[in-house]
Design a protein. Structure first.
Lengths: 307, 392
């Protein structure tokens, strides 16, 4: 799809929800839901997306939607998918009616508390798409550290202080965890590139079996940057090689984008308040360590893509 | 024509599930429930059911899968015990709060710690206030029939609440009994097909399930759930009457055995009620006026009816197979509550028994009756049947 086609698709997530100005997930959700013409049923884990779109008696969802709890978006949507399989067999759903299933979850609900539920659903081969919107912390509860939080970022449970400089561990490599399940499709995408995102969502919906989309979603409140910079921050994450755009299709890695001008990681980090403390002179070594890590991860990925 | 079959309680329940042929069944092993799901998986493998069988990776996901399936418009069943039920706890509330009529046999087993795989009721009692209908069953026969009753009751449009069918771990689940298996077609017709008004897979009429409700609506939603639970009490009887037409059995709130003229009554649920009946037969032959009140429906609890049945009795002992640490034992507490407005109330005694599968013997039950009949007991003191170092 091109931009014109994309913007002319029906809006399945209605405007008027209560996410923050500059929030990254509404365009992600809209782009993904616009990437299939089949009816969709969605589930969502507890988190910003769910609480800002379903405040009773209102709902922003123009498609059937279910929220159950924090850690079970995957096991809830596969329940819906299982019901679909059997009701179709029993004739309660017309044989020619194709419905798509998508489970949404944030990084807390996926990298951490919902990892088991997603892993089980991937292993069993259910026909569904899982969308992880990764904003790198528990944002709905007030910016707490998750296993998706990157090294050095300050959060409310791993704040930068006199002794500790924010998170002291590396971010979990979630795409590779999903790929290790030998599922047909895994992709990393970013909200600043809706054409790439939509292409991946189309592929994910077309895939028979489980597909996972991991979408980078800057968070104006949690990352502490001006709320007109969301798209730009996402683009810088990709251009600095921090968040590579790639696919793993039936085990085959493919890099979708190589920045023509690679940005130093500090360019990406500088506008974000969560990294402010790293720019103090005494933390120079930490910045160098992060840059080295980005470089080595990128090289490993490039090798995988070269097969 | 019904058939007499030598079944364990687990086989009985699995056969009920086979006859119902649920749309979606989520399975996860836990002793002593596993036998149910192994038997059902065999039915599935042999094509006796065309259920979508989901072998989830935990009980938390079993209940989550049932929530998704039920909201999608399918009839969903799972089964569990003990720690499995505890792991589901969060989603039990989601199921009842979202008004999803999921049915779940619970093979009662002790909760850790220490770990113990044998029977007591601490698992089901731990979630008694979670908006699930709870039906307790003495034996395989009752458990089998209760599964059908539970499906129809849970799915009643004025109820729409999930239901547990409780049976004693090992004692009932693994003990072989001759039981009456009713005809497949009759039982299938009895439950019919689940047809909810709103369902996720009806994509032309989108619905949002599980929204955020704040101070302005949450309270009303909870009141609706409480009202539905009260309605379930009446509807339990009418569904039971319908089931009677096939089975010829009755489905009261509680069973009375030699209760009408009894001076001393034991109140106990599930398998121990059977032992108590044997003791009553013996003591009645000696001219002693002893009787049994066996609650079957624990949630919603039939306070008025039990109060009426106990009014005028001299003594009653309530035997709980679960502790409520620092409070009245669960069944004892309910019975005491029920009697508050009764003028001629019996003198009560609370006993704890059988935790972690500790056997209870007929002589011990007889002792309880003798203690009651003597009138010489302290109603404030909790007895422990079969506890090391404690005489009754």
């Amino acid at each position: 799809m091109n931009y014109k086609q994309l913007v002319n698709k029906p809006q399945k997530l209605a405007p008027g929800h209560r996410s923050c100005a500059g929030c990254g997930f509404p365009p992600i959700v809209r782009t993904i839901l616009a990437s299939t013409d089949c009816p969709i049923v969605a589930s969502c884990s507890t988190g910003c997306l769910e609480v800002t779109t379903t405040i009773y008696p209102f709902t922003s969802w123009r498609i059937p939607f279910i929220h159950s709890a924090f850690e079970n978006s995957a096991s809830t949507i596969i329940g819906v998918e299982s019901a679909y399989n059997v009701l179709k067999r029993k004739g309660r759903i017309p044989k020619d009616k194709e419905i798509k299933f998508v489970g949404f979850g944030g990084d807390g609900g996926t990298y951490d508390i919902g990892l088991q539920s997603l892993s089980g659903a991937l292993e069993r081969g259910h026909d569904f798409v899982y969308v992880l919107y990764d904003n790198e912390a528990y944002m709905n509860t007030g910016i707490q550290r998750s296993s998706a939080t990157p090294m050095g970022a300050s959060t409310t449970t791993a704040p930068a202080g006199k002794v500790h400089q924010g998170k002291e561990e590396w971010k979990k490599d979630f795409a590779k965890i999903c790929a290790a399940h030998n599922i047909p499709y895994v992709a990393q995408a970013s909200l600043h590139n809706p054409i790439d995102l939509s292409m991946k969502a189309e592929k994910a919906f077309r895939t028979k079996g489980p597909a996972v989309l991991i979408v980078f979603q800057p968070c104006t409140l949690g990352w502490k940057y001006p709320n007109d910079m969301t798209v730009e921050i996402a683009k810088m994450a990709v251009d600095s090689k921090f968040w590579p755009l790639y696919e793993v299709e039936n085990g085959k890695y493919k890099l979708n984008y190589k920045p023509s001008k690679e940005l130093p990681i500090t360019d990406y980090m500088k506008p974000q308040g969560r990294y402010k403390h790293l720019f103090r002179p005494e933390n120079k070594g930490l910045l160098e360590k992060i840059q080295a890590h980005v470089n080595s991860e990128w090289e490993k990925l490039v090798k995988l893509c070269e097969g | 024509m019904s058939k007499i079959m030598p079944f364990t309680g687990a086989q009985a329940v699995a056969n009920a599930m086979r006859q119902i042929n649920p749309d979606v069944v989520a399975v996860f092993p836990i002793t002593p429930q596993t036998e149910i799901m192994m038997q059902f998986a065999k039915f599935h493998a042999d094509g006796d059911v065309d259920t979508e069988l989901v072998r989830v990776e935990s009980e938390h996901s079993a209940m989550s899968c049932c929530v998704g399936a039920s909201a999608a418009g399918a009839r969903a069943i799972t089964a569990t015990a003990s720690a499995g039920l505890a792991l589901m706890w969060e989603i039990l509330g989601v199921a009842s709060g979202s008004r999803l009529p999921i049915v779940m046999p619970v093979v009662n087993r002790a909760l850790s710690s220490p770990i113990n795989i044998h029977c007591d009721h601490s698992d089901a009692m731990g979630c008694r206030d979670h908006g699930w209908i709870q039906i307790f069953n003495e034996n395989a026969q009752e458990a089998y029939e209760s599964v059908f009753l539970a499906v129809k009751l849970a799915e009643h449009p004025d109820v729409l609440l999930p239901a547990m069918v409780c049976l004693d771990g090992f004692i009932t689940s693994h003990g072989v009994q001759n039981m009456e298996l009713f005809e497949d077609k009759e039982m299938k017709d009895f439950v019919g097909e689940y047809q909810p008004k709103k369902w996720l897979l009806n994509t032309d009429d989108p619905v949002t399930v599980g929204p955020l409700e704040l101070q302005d609506y949450f309270f009303e939603t909870q009141k609706q759930r409480a009202d539905a639970m009260m309605k379930a009490k009446e509807i339990y009887l009418s569904v039971g009457r319908e089931l009677s037409k096939i089975t010829g059995k009755e489905y009261p709130y509680f069973e009375g055995y030699q209760l009408d003229d009894a001076e001393a009554v034991i109140i106990v649920m599930n398998s121990t009620a059977g032992n108590t009946k044997a003791v009553i037969d013996k003591m009645r032959s000696e001219g002693k006026k002893v009787g049994l009140l066996k609650p079957r429906l624990f949630r919603p609890f039939p306070y008025e009816e039990i109060a009426k049945a106990l009014s005028g009795k001299r003594y009653a002992a309530i035997l709980d197979r679960a502790e409520s640490y620092g409070a009245n034992a669960p069944l004892y507490g309910e019975i005491k509550n029920a009697l508050y407005e009764v003028q001629e109330k019996p003198k009560l005694k609370s006993y704890i028994y059988g935790l972690g599968g500790r056997n209870i013997f007929e002589a011990e039950i007889e002792n309880v009756f003798e203690t009651l009949l003597s009138g010489d007991f302290d109603p404030m003191e909790v007895g422990h049947i079969g506890l090391r170092g404690e005489s009754q």
